[in-house]
Write a protein that binds this ligand. Structure first.
Ligand SMILES: *Cc1c(COP(=O)(O)O)cnc(C)c1O
Length: 240
């Protein structure tokens, strides 16, 4: 790569192209897929580069790191608002900071955390958008709600007034076989469809988001119905 190709702007453009091509191949519209730039471990300077290249949504995994970065970005006084998504493991003693600082939480997998976020979301802010993280590979990882428990947790979360349940998120285990990867994304699509039908009677529910697909597998995820891809490495480079 020449240095010009390796700028944040050029890498973002290539990711957007990949999304467009994958959407096209699936007979979908590219604008039905939201790009979340995952900026964990990268500084506010790199976030700023991405904002300057038109990126408006960022994902962060660590509360402390995110708070510093958000303050630095806010201090720039940029004209366009930035949307922040919390995508890391939720620690109970950090829920207040999450409820106060983020627009979305994608990694919700316990009712206890949902109740805390609901209580701690400031009244002056809009409802906190949340996704349930599903342990779709159901293997070694302990994070995420089991597929068979999604409906019960969703019904409880949907009843919390300061949260807005928007859908599901997953981080499937990496797998060399593309058919296996596709099957996991397809399972997520089915779970989302079932959730939409389950909650159809609830006026507060707005199930419209399937957050799957990362730098290495966004094409497979989009082929199976992803509406939000979370991309780190392909935009910012390898993490230390
Ligand atoms: C780090 C991370 C990503 C981005 O992964 P890349 O492979 O770098 O694109 C996406 N989602 C979650 C939850 C992450 O922790």
């Amino acid at each position: 790569m020449t240095s010009l190709d390796s700028t944040t702007q050029a890498k973002l453009a290539r990711v957007r192209e990949r999304i467009e091509r994958a959407a096209d191949a699936a007979g979908r519209r590219g604008d039905g897929i939201t790009l979340l730039a995952v900026s964990k471990t990268f500084g506010a300077d790199r976030v700023r580069e991405a904002i300057d290249a038109g990126q408006a949504r960022f994902g962060e995994n660590y509360v402390q790191e995110a708070r510093t970065k958000m303050a630095e970005i806010a201090a720039l006084g940029l004209p366009q608002p930035v949307e922040w998504h919390f995508i890391g493991p939720i620690q109970s003693n950090k829920t207040r900071e999450i409820a106060q600082g983020f627009d979305w939480v994608q990694s919700l997998d316990r009712l206890k955390d949902a109740q805390r976020l609901d209580r701690q979301r400031p009244q002056a802010m809009p409802r906190l958008n949340v996704l349930l993280q599903v342990n779709v590979s159901a293997e070694t990882s302990k994070r995420g709600v089991a597929p068979q428990d999604v409906a019960a947790l969703a019904a409880q979360v949907a009843a919390l007034p300061r949260l807005c349940l928007r859908g599901l998120m997953a981080i499937p285990e990496p797998h060399p076989d593309p058919a296996h990867r596709r099957a996991q994304f397809a399972r997520m699509r089915q779970l989302l469809q079932a959730l939409r039908e389950d909650l159809a009677g609830l006026p507060a529910a707005q199930i419209d988001t399937l957050s799957v697909g990362m730098s290495d597998d966004l094409e497979d995820a989009i082929a199976e119905g992803s509406t939000m891809v979370r991309i780190g490495t392909a935009i910012f480079g390898a993490r230390q």
